[in-house]
Design a protein around this ligand. Structure first.
Ligand code: 5AD
Ligand code: SF4
Length: 430
C-alpha cells in the first residue's frame, strides 16, 4: 500500500522543483544532486524524499489514475457548503468573511467557539464551511504518517501525562536497532513515507544514539519527524544534519500560569523559543496544544490557535486531554466532541492552507470522531506502528484507541475511511 504517489519533475530552479501529479503542479524543495527534469520522485511535507525509477512510477500511477479523479469527485461533493434555515446571523456574517478569504478577528473567532452545542444548524454550517475551505485550498490529500513510540521514560512530571516520571508503570526503551528495524518494516512492508519518532524526554538516548538512528532511518528515503521534547539546539542541529527534517513539539498551552502549574520544572519561554529556533534551523514544524486543561477559558483556546499560527507550522497538532489513571488530573472532565470540532473548523479558518491533525486522543471521544474531524477541516492522520508489546505501555492516557488492533487492521480501516470521504492518503507537497 502506498501512502504517497510519485510525481514527475517538470521544472527545476536551484533547489525549487515543480512536480506534476496528473496535471496538478506543486512546488517542492529538492535536496538531491542528481535529480533532473523528467524524473519521478516522492515528496513529503514539501520536500523531495526519494527518486524512483520511471517504470515503478508509471505502474503506481496507472493504479492511481482511476482513483485520483474518482476520489476528488466524492470529496468535492461532501465538501459543498450547505446553508440551512435558522443559522445565527452573526455566524452567517462571520462565515461570509471566510468565503471572501478575509482574516477573522479574535472576537469573531470567539463567537464561533461560543456557538451553543444545541445550535446544530450553525454548527453544521461551520463544519461544512471549514471542510469547503480545506477542499478549495488543499484538495483531497490527507497525510498519513506512521508513529513509533520508542521509549516511555520521561524525566518530567506533567500533571496530565500517563508516562510522567512519578507514575508507577512498566517502562521500556527500544534499542537503536529495534527502532531502525521497526521503521524499516513501516516503510518497506506498509509503505509509509513519513515516520514520527516519539518518546518521553529520555536522555538515555544521547546525541550519538539519536544521530545514528536518524542516519540509518534516513537511508529508507522517508521524511523523519522527531518528537523527543526539549533538547539543545546543538542536538537538533546534529539531527538535522543526520537527515531529520521535521519536529513535532506542542507548546501545550499558551496560558503561562496553567503551564507553570501543570508542567513543574519545565519552562514556558524556553519551549516557545525552542520551537521558533527549530523553524529557523529549517525544520518543518508541527505544534499545538492540549484542550480541556483545568481553568482553561475559551479565550485561552483562541490564543492557543493564534500562538500555533505564529510559528508558521506545517501542521497543527491539538487534541483533548484524556484522563490518565494515577495522575494528578485523573478525575478531570474531558472536553466534548463538539467543542473540539469547533476548534478544528476555527483553525481551518485561521490557517487555510495548514495540515490539521486528527489525533488519536480525539478519536477516543466517539466512534465517529475521526470521520467528523476530517469533515470539519482536518486533513492529517497518524497510524501507530510501534510494536504491540511496547505500544500498550506508551500510556500517555488511559484506554488509547486501536491499540489492540493489528497495524494491518488499523491501516485498512484508515484507508477505507479516507476512501469513503474521497481523500487520497498522500502528501502532495507545499
Ligand atoms: N491526554 C491527551 N494527550 C496527552 N498528552 C500527554 N498527556 C496526555 C493526556 N492525558 C500529549 C501532550 C504531549 C503529547 C506527546 O501527548 O500534549 O505533547
Ligand atoms: Fe514527559 Fe511529555 Fe509526558 Fe510531560 S507530556 S511527562 S514531557 S512525555
Amino acid at each position: 500500500m502506498c501512502y504517497a504517489i510519485p510525481g514527475k519533475i517538470v521544472n527545476l530552479n536551484n533547489k525549487i522543483a515543480i512536480v506534476d501529479y496528473f496535471g496538478e503542479k506543486r512546488n517542492v524543495l529538492n535536496e538531491f544532486e542528481n535529480i533532473k527534469i523528467g524524473d519521478y520522485v516522492y515528496a513529503q511535507g514539501g520536500i523531495i524524499i526519494d527518486k524512483i525509477p520511471e517504470k515503478d512510477a508509471l505502474e503506481i500511477l496507472n493504479f492511481w489514475k482511476e482513483y485520483f479523479f474518482e476520489l476528488k469527485k466524492i470529496d468535492q461533493k461532501l465538501s459543498q457548503q450547505r446553508v440551512s434555515q435558522n443559522v445565527n446571523t452573526e455566524v452567517l456574517q462571520i462565515l461570509q468573511k471566510v468565503n471572501l478569504n478575509q482574516q477573522l478577528g479574535k472576537d469573531e473567532l470567539l463567537k464561533l467557539l461560543q456557538i451553543s452545542t444545541t445550535d446544530t444548524n450553525s454548527l453544521n454550517l461551520i463544519y461544512t464551511s471549514a471542510n469547503n475551505v480545506r477542499q478549495k485550498e488543499l484538495d483531497n490529500a490527507c497525510c498519513v504518517h506512521g508513529i513509533i513510540e520508542f521509549s516511555n521514560y520521561c524525566k518530567n512530571n506533567c500533571f496530565y501525562c500517563g508516562i510522567r516520571k512519578d507514575r508507577s508503570i512498566l517502562r521500556y526503551r527500544m534499542l537503536p536497532n529495534e527502532i531502525i528495524k521497526t521503521a524499516e518494516i513501516a516503510v518497506k512492508k506498509f509503505g509509509f513515507k513519513a515516520i514520527v519518532l516519539q518518546s518521553g524526554e529520555d536522555f538515555w538516548y544521547n546525541d550519538e544514539n539519536l544521530v545514528s538512528i536518524v542516519k540509518e532511518i534516513r537511508k529508507f528515503n522517508i521524511l523523519i519527524f522527531l518528537s523527543i521534547g526539549v533538547r539543545s539546539l546543538e542536538t537538533y542541529q546534529k539531527l538535522y544534519n543526520a537527515g531529520a527534517r521535521a519536529v513535532l513539539i506542542r507548546f501545550e498551552t499558551s496560558n503561562k500560569n496553567i503551564f507553570a502549574k501543570l508542567r513543574p520544572q519545565t519552562n514556558f519561554q524556553e519551549r516557545i523559543e525552542l520551537i521558533k529556533s527549530l523553524k529557523k534551523l529549517g525544520y518543518i514544524i508541527a505544534t499545538g496544544f492540549l484542550i480541556g486543561l483545568p481553568n482553561e477559558t475559551y479565550e485561552d483556546i483562541i490564543n492557543n490557535i493564534l500562538l500555533t499560527k505564529s510559528f508558521e507550522p506545517d501542521m497543527y497538532s491539538f487534541g483533548p486531554l484524556i484522563p490518565a489513571i494515577g495522575t494528578p488530573l485523573e478525575n478531570v472532565k474531558t472536553i466534548d466532541e463538539t467543542t473540539v470540532l469547533k476548534i478544528i473548523s476555527i483553525t481551518r479558518f485561521v490557517d487555510r492552507q495548514s495540515k490539521i491533525l486528527i489525533t488519536s486522543s480525539f478519536e477516543t471521544l466517539s466512534k465517529e470522531a475521526k470521520r467528523n474531524g476530517l469533515l470539519s477541516g482536518g486533513n492529517s492522520l497518524m497510524i501507530n506502528v510501534t510494536p504491540k508489546n511496547y505500544a500498550k505501555l506508551y500510556e500517555i492516557y488511559s484506554n488509547r484507541p486501536n491499540i489492540e488492533k493489528t497495524i494491518e487492521e488499523n491501516i485498512k480501516n484508515t484507508i477505507e475511511l479516507l476512501y469513503s470521504l474521497g481523500r487520497a492518503p498522500t502528501d502532495l507537497g507545499i
